[in-house]
Design a protein around this ligand. Sequence first.
Ligand code: NAP
Length: 272
Amino acid sequence: MDSAICSRGTRVALVTGATSGIGAAFVHALADRGWDLVLVARDRERLGRVAAELEARGRAVEVLPADLSDRGDTERVAARLRDPARPVDLLVNNAGFGVRAPLTAADTAPHDRAIEVMGRVVLVLAGAAGRAMRERGHGAIVNVSSTAGFVTMGSYSAVKAFVTVLSEGLANELRGSGVTVTALCPGWVRTEFHTRAGIRSSGVPDLLWLDARRVVETALRDVRRGRVLSVPDLRYRSLIWLTRHLPRRTVRWISRRISSSRDSSRDGGLTH
Ligand SMILES: NC(=O)c1ccc[n+]([C@@H]2O[C@H](COP(=O)([O-])OP(=O)(O)OC[C@H]3O[C@@H](n4cnc5c(N)ncnc54)[C@H](OP(=O)(O)O)[C@@H]3O)[C@@H](O)[C@H]2O)c1
């Protein structure tokens, strides 16, 4: 990734949510660049298939099945990141899912899971990796956030805003240590995300869809440059610029329009 990592010749990346979508695109792009990989996700069979593909391309692969909504499993992944005998040079905190429950829902379980897997886990794993990497004087952390964190669409936006701000704070804390932190903020990306969350997304204009491989190419370029915020594609950089310069009431109005088009569309959602 950055030149410090490359020059030491140690190139191991741990990717959460490595079996599908953006995470799978990360592991394939890293394998293309000669990285060895530690793969984290719940589905063991699928992890095995991805590992076999990467091994067939000559990569050393470790499979670490974990349900990141389980604190014991998260601790096992954190311990792997702290292990001084097997250093990890790049952490991609990517595992996540869409949330459709209203904030007033009596059952808060979907929000609890989102806060746990996409909020607390990101903090715990990035903290563990950050400490270990700082001791070694090099490393990189990518936290997969979202452009949704710049608007106001339920708990998903709130959690992704947390991830972006957390990443900026961690980048400050690790500044000068040789460890970089990047929040990746994609817009709509064609992955399993929407169908898994029960969101049929054919209402999203073609123009707004991004390809996972291109998202990852941009992210890896931005990590190499030490960028703290990575927003793939000019269209989304422009949209984020607008959300930062428009009055918040206008941002809330735009968010309401997107949410109501989601709720009124038989296709469902515009969450990303
Ligand atoms: N797609 C988009 O439009 C979009 C836009 C912006 C940001 N994002 C973010 O990108 C990240 C990846 O999403 P994606 O679009 O690539 O979705 P995806 O295709 O559905 O992939 C999600 C990955 O996360 C893993 N995962 C889910 N829950 C997990 C858990 N409890 N423990 C461990 N692993 C878990 C899944 O594997 P298992 O099911 O085997 O566990 C899978 O590998 C998420 O953080 C998402 O919020 C997506």
